[in-house]
Design a protein around this ligand. Structure first.
Ligand SMILES: [Zn+2]
Length: 257
């Protein structure tokens, strides 16, 4: 399995990061993608991908909830960190926490979409309570070769399909799929496995049966099991297909450790 979205560098993992990685390995996770947040988390992210090189891969970008009046400086910084990144992310629009800098968020998002085209990198998109804005940005920028993940997808099948008119997007499925009465079950039923990748978003969005505790990459197996159950496939088949999707998107080599 590949955890296509974890913040393993978060301080929640400071006490036992190596054990967390060992448990992920033991659970069958062969690689992790670590999306960036902003300048303040960059050093920890670099240390983590350096220490677990070959297992952890960095994405670079400015997270929408970190967009405020100093976004120019943050963007300049994020741009400098692009060499070596496997993706531009996480980027996007978040109107759930605050709409104060929504205009700036849109500007920052669209600028980073253009980086992805320029560098021919996939994107990792965070979109919360801002689906019309997301579609509008994708429509307006029409970046060439745009591809990536709509991470922690919480939208409808219709919006997902609409987004795919402007690029090739995979749906990032995480712990929320394991929650009782998740509307995502219905969305997943209507989505082909060729369009799905798995993610934890650790330390957040913990799947059941560990909901309420810190999330970690080894719990990806609970997400895999739920996706397999919904799709009526074996976990092995579901793993091999979603892993292949992630390998091709991030241009990673298969790893059999
Ligand atoms: Zn994230």
């Amino acid at each position: 399995m590949i955890d296509t979205h974890t913040h393993l560098y978060d301080q929640a993992f400071d006490p036992d990061r190596a054990e967390v990685v060992a448990r992920a390995h033991a659970a069958g996770v062969s690689a992790c993608i670590l999306p960036a947040i902003d300048q303040s988390t960059w050093q920890a992210q670099q240390a983590c991908t350096g220490f677990f090189s070959g297992f952890c891969h960095s994405a670079s970008g400015l997270h929408p909830t970190s967009v405020n009046e100093n976004f120019r400086e943050e963007l300049d910084f994020a741009r400098q960190t692009l060499p070596g990144a496997v993706a531009v992310g996480e980027i996007g629009i978040d109107a759930y926490w605050s709409r104060e800098f929504l205009k700036e968020q849109v500007e920052v998002f669209e600028e980073q979409l253009s980086w992805a085209s320029e560098k021919d990198l996939p994107v990792i998109i965070h979109c919360r309570s801002a689906f019309p804005e997301l579609l509008e940005s994708l429509r307006r920028t029409r970046s060439s070769g745009l591809r990536g993940i709509l991470h922690a997808w919480s939208g409808s099948t219709e919006v997902f399909t609409e987004a795919n008119r402007y690029g090739h997007f995979l749906m990032g499925i995480g712990g929320v799929i394991t929650y009782k009465n998740s509307h995502l079950v219905n969305v997943l039923q209507k989505t082909s496995l060729t369009e799905i990748v798995l993610e934890t978003d650790a330390p957040w969005l913990t799947p059941s049966p560990f909901r309420g505790h810190r999330n970690e990459s080894s719990y990806l197996m609970y997400i895999l099991a739920k996706v397999a159950e919904i799709k009526g496939l074996s976990p092995e088949e579901t793993d091999s297909r979603t892993t292949q999707n992630a390998l091709s998107l991030f241009n990673l080599k298969p790893c059999n450790e």
